[in-house]
Design a protein around this ligand. Structure first.
Ligand code: TEU
Length: 538
């Protein structure tokens, strides 16, 4: 297996508007991030993924870009951004930028031109038709919006304010490649490519048999030609790391994006867990891990994550955020950092932050949730019931401000935060975590350190010994003569796990665990609620 820095890296995602506010306007900003870089470095992070901070009307929190070459006021200035890049590099970390090329804002000058007349030179930069087909978008009941000026419909995979670019048009592609080089030439270390599975659209937009199954938006013919061209024209000329957000891909489909001999992207986020597994389903999760491992290992590289700015915090969604919050957060971290692939930490995960339930729809900001709320209420459903049905997976669960300390607004801002702080900040915050040797934070530090010192955690082969076990997840990673065993009890009660013969014959050396004293009797491990252990087998 080829060794590279991005396989060995641990990535930390900064949703800057909720990270740290340096000027009291209620939004986190780039200067705020600069001030907290030492905190990130201390955790052991190698790479920072920065959510979009380009100029934007901010209908979808920066994912609706109106100028690719400037920084949005809320985030700061280009000068602040340049200082950020410098300061990241000074600390021996890397910076990857989140980039949205599937669509722009409807306020982008390209779109303003495109919509102005049918014969405008930029008309064909977006997708226009006389009649819509029956597709939904991610955020609205129709993927088409009627535009009175020219009496045609334009296509949008997300909000009405996010018209899709027409990737069939070579001028569009050239313009995007030029813009990518602009950022790479400034010295960034790569991109997280938003919604990249959506670039290609099917010829003629045939109606879908089931309009509610929006898979039709993704993985359409022609997509990989664009990615190969993008690599050829841009990526391959830099020592960078690209990770694509690839919705609805099977492992076989996923391999096409990341196979080393295809020269497209370096790694991907697949969403078989976050989009398709609403709560913890152990057997299904193990199957997913196994299938992706078998499809990718030795050919292309995977990512490990259970939450991000779109998905409810992992300890709430997949673990236990109540009596076993600490144990559960540590167990999930242990799992993500020992499964094959590059691990991602979403800000706040390292202190075990949890999801929220705001009592009123007015406290929410997420455009996906708000649009859905309106759509359902318009059908005559009870508003309270709709609110409750949308709360568990609202994207705002993970977007509440970073909890720095127990002072007002969790020390995030001196002003009024753009979204409410999670009320549990008095107990769960960075200050507490730094002071408490038993915190999730200190456990994550050890985990990351272990990964840095032991290539087996990165390059070791993977084998699951518990495919049919409902609670225990036990697997090995092996590299040359190094053999590690990871045992996790993903459960609110204790379970005994008897090691199978081949594993029982080794001597065990505990490298890391989330409980103080280890309980084992011969080959039987007594695993307490949400207990996690990493052993070296000798
Ligand atoms: O998300 C794309 C997207 O499809 C997600 O909404 C989905 O939940 C999933 O995770 C992928 O299948 C990206 C951004 O992450 C999101 O914040 C934006 O709203 C969206 O693109 C539009 O740019």
């Amino acid at each position: 297996m080829k060794k590279t820095w991005w396989k060995e890296a641990v990535v930390y995602q900064v949703y800057w508007r909720s990270f740290y506010d340096s000027d009291g306007d209620g939004y986190g900003d780039l200067q705020g991030l600069i001030e907290k870089l030492d905190y990130i470095k201390h955790l052991g992070i190698d790479v920072i993924w920065l959510n979009p901070c380009y100029e934007s009307p901010d209908k979808d929190n920066g994912y609706d870009i109106s100028n690719y070459y400037t920084i949005m006021d809320k985030a700061g200035t280009m000068k602040a951004w340049e200082t950020l890049l410098d300061e990241v590099h000074k600390r021996d970390m890397k910076l990857i930028m989140d980039l949205v090329v599937n669509h722009t804002s409807n306020k982008h000058p390209w779109f303003l031109e495109s919509r102005s007349s049918k014969d405008n030179p930029k008309r064909d930069w977006y997708i226009w038709r006389d009649k819509p087909n029956n597709w939904r978008s991610y955020f609205t009941p129709s993927a088409w919006e009627y535009d009175e000026t020219t009496e045609q419909y334009y296509f949008h995979s997300f909000a009405v304010e996010q018209p899709d670019l027409n990737w069939k048009n070579p001028e569009v592609r050239e313009e995007i490649y030029k813009m990518m080089r602009f950022w790479l030439d400034k010295g960034i270390d790569g991109f997280r490519l938003d919604a990249i599975a959506l670039l290609a659209k099917p010829e003629g937009f045939p109606d879908a048999a089931n309009p509610n199954d929006i898979r039709y938006l993704t993985n359409n013919p022609g997509l990989h030609d664009y990615l190969r061209e993008m690599n050829e024209r841009v990526f391959k000329h830099y020592d960078i790391f690209t990770v694509g957000e690839v919705a609805f891909a099977s492992p076989e489909e996923g391999l096409k994006y990341v196979a080393e001999d295809r020269h497209e992207l370096h790694t991907l986020f697949h969403f078989e867990v976050c989009d398709e597994m609403p709560s913890w389903e152990p057997l299904r999760f193990k199957q997913i891990q196994k299938r992706w491992y078998e499809a990718l290992w030795g050919k292309g590289w995977n990512s490990q994550f259970l939450n991000n700015h779109d998905h409810t915090r992992q300890v709430t969604r997949y673990g236990n955020d109540k009596e076993y919050r600490l144990e559960s957060a540590k167990l999930l971290g242990t799992m993500l950092h020992t499964l094959p692939g590059t691990p991602y930490i979403y800000q706040g995960e390292e202190i075990g932050m949890t999801g929220v339930r705001f009592s009123s729809i007015d406290d929410y900001n997420d455009i996906a949730m708000k649009n859905k709320y309106e759509e359902e209420v318009a059908k005559g459903r009870d508003p309270q019931e709709v609110l409750e049905s949308l709360q568990p997976l609202s994207r705002d669960n993970s977007r509440t401000p970073m909890q720095w300390d127990d002072s007002r607004h969790a020390g995030f801002t001196t002003g009024t935060p753009w979204i409410k702080v999670n009320p549990n900040y008095k107990d769960i915050n960075v200050k507490q975590a730094l002071e408490d040797p038993n915190s999730v934070y200190h456990y994550y530090r050890k985990l990351i350190q272990l990964r840095k010192e032991n290539p087996v955690m990165v390059y070791g082969t993977f084998r699951d010994y518990t495919e049919t076990e409902p609670y225990i997840y036990a697997y090995t990673r092996e590299l040359d003569s190094e053999r590690w065993l990871i045992v996790l009890n993903h459960c609110d009660h204790a379970n005994d796990y008897e090691l199978p013969a081949p594993l029982a014959s080794y001597k065990r050396e505990l490298l890391l665990g989330n409980y103080e004293d280890i309980q084992e009797h011969g080959a039987v491990l007594h695993m307490r609620p949400h207990e996690a252990r990493i052993y070296k087998l000798v």
